[in-house]
Write a protein that binds this ligand. Sequence first.
Ligand code: CA
Length: 227
Amino acid sequence: MRVLLAEDDELLGAGLRAGLQQQGFMVDWVRDGVAAERELLTGQYQAAVLDLGLPRQDGMQCLAAVRARKLSTPVLVLTARDGVPDRIAGLDAGADDYLVKPVDLLELAARLRALVRRSHGVAEPEWAAGALRMDPVARQVRLDDALVELSAREYELLQIFMLHAGRVLTRDQVEQQLYQWGAEVSSNTVEVHVYHLRKKLHAGVIETIRGVGYMMPKLVKPRGEGA
Ligand code: CA
């Protein structure tokens, strides 16, 4: 899933980005509060990690600005060890969670997964859509309880569809969530990955909505009953 990282400390930012990427996140990194606000408002992110001490405008101002625009993307703020008032103010300003620096990367990844899950109304650690199940920690997918081998990109794509099951996504919306900045995207990659997902799962897992895009049904049928 694609997340925005706002951190002005080069060393810390590089470490967080590398660590989150290792945990399977796609990370776009900005270094100031104005860029963070601008990018968050594009709405392409499943979550954001926001340092409070940022140049141009601080994290709190950025958070207040995006919440004022009704952006509901979950935001986790990073605070200093002694920053209790900061934490409280951050939560009051619309942050969904916080971590105190220095950050444990595994904990950050777990908290982000939980935030994304909750923002999509999923309470369980495993996501389900009918016969299809996804374990976002092990990054495993099962259909009819049988493990399905997916490439990293196919997994990411399936995750996007599962998070939006029952809703139509345009190809643009899918692409924006599938690739971090600077990624090479050829014009038909989404189609190609959808083709492979249908082959590995079954044709009914992702429906083509002609002239609009794609949709995963809320309740994916078992393999035998797949379209
Ligand atoms: Ca900072």
